[in-house]
Design a protein around this ligand. Structure first.
Ligand SMILES: *[C@@H]1O[C@H](CO)[C@@H](O)[C@H](O)[C@H]1NC(C)=O
Ligand SMILES: *[C@@H]1O[C@H](CO)[C@@H](O)[C@H](O)[C@H]1NC(C)=O
Ligand SMILES: *[C@@H]1O[C@H](CO)[C@@H](O)[C@H](O)[C@H]1NC(C)=O
Ligand SMILES: *[C@@H]1O[C@H](CO)[C@@H](O)[C@H](O)[C@H]1NC(C)=O
Length: 204
């Protein structure tokens, strides 16, 4: 019997897909660690998703472990605005229970990249935030964005945001749809654009 078990696990290593793969799964919206359980997955890939948000000094660090979502694998999101910052990183790995990595992000390049965007941070209204200042974008954030929406933050408070700033491609692509621990009540407006030189305003 013992030999049979050993044989079966050898086959499982060799044949793989015949057997079910597992990943760690868990979630914490306000902590860099989460309690995990094992969950069965269709593929052999697992994911650890990390998120950092800082709006007006209120910081949330969130982590999610699950089967991999191939659409998100490798995505590195960054957005920076006056008084607020948002980052996410979706790290995928291959192998049974491989997502043992902790909370972390790839290093971010703080060097200005030449892009300049209007920035503003308003709460409590879905109207355009008109308190525009100009900011220098850094690193991978080579586009401007404007977001207006109503969301429930990880502290379970509903907040209405109207913000503008610099953003990178992955953040635009996923439109904040993959935010961890945040549920969107209403998205009114989201726009990413490249601001050309000598152009004071975006054409929406
Ligand atoms: C993990 O589980 C323990 C015991 O159930 C609990 O006390 C702790 O708060 C949990 N930690 C997190 C990050 O959820
Ligand atoms: C942006 O960079 C320019 C130099 O390219 C600098 O003169 C300006 O002060 C910077 N603006 C801010 C808000 O840091
Ligand atoms: C989030 O965690 C911080 C520090 O661990 C704590 O001070 C804060 O109250 C927590 N926020 C919520 C909404 O649970
Ligand atoms: C994977 O992530 C994308 C983007 O957030 C989402 O639209 C899609 O539903 C996710 N797929 C699964 C299987 O969860």
């Amino acid at each position: 019997m013992k030999n049979l078990v050993a044989l079966l696990s050898t086959i499982s290593t060799l044949v793989g897909p015949v057997f079910t793969y597992k990943c760690y799964s868990g979630f914490s919206s306000n902590s860099t660690t989460c309690n995990v359980s094992e969950t069965e997955c269709l593929g052999d890939r697992c994911m650890t998703a990390c998120q950092y948000s800082n709006y007006n000094g209120i910081v949330y660090k969130s982590i999610l472990k699950s089967c991999a979502n191939e659409t998100l694998c490798g995505a590195k999101g960054s957005a920076l605005m006056e008084k607020a910052k948002y980052r996410f990183y979706m790290n995928c790995c291959t192998g049974n229970l491989c997502n043992t990595d902790g909370y972390g992000f790839p290093t971010e390049d703080p060097t200005p990249n030449g892009a300049k965007c209007p920035t503003g941070y308003c709460t409590g209204s879905l109207l355009e935030c008109k308190k525009d200042k100009e900011m220098n974008c850094t690193g991978s954030m080579d586009q401007c964005f404007e977001y207006r929406g109503d969301a429930i933050d990880p502290g379970h408070r509903e907040r209405t945001f109207s913000v503008k700033g610099c953003i990178n491609t992955d953040s635009c692509k996923f439109n904040f749809d993959c935010a961890i621990g945040v549920s969107e009540v209403k998205k009114k407006f989201v726009n990413c654009y490249k601001l050309h030189h000598n152009q004071g305003n975006s054409s929406e």
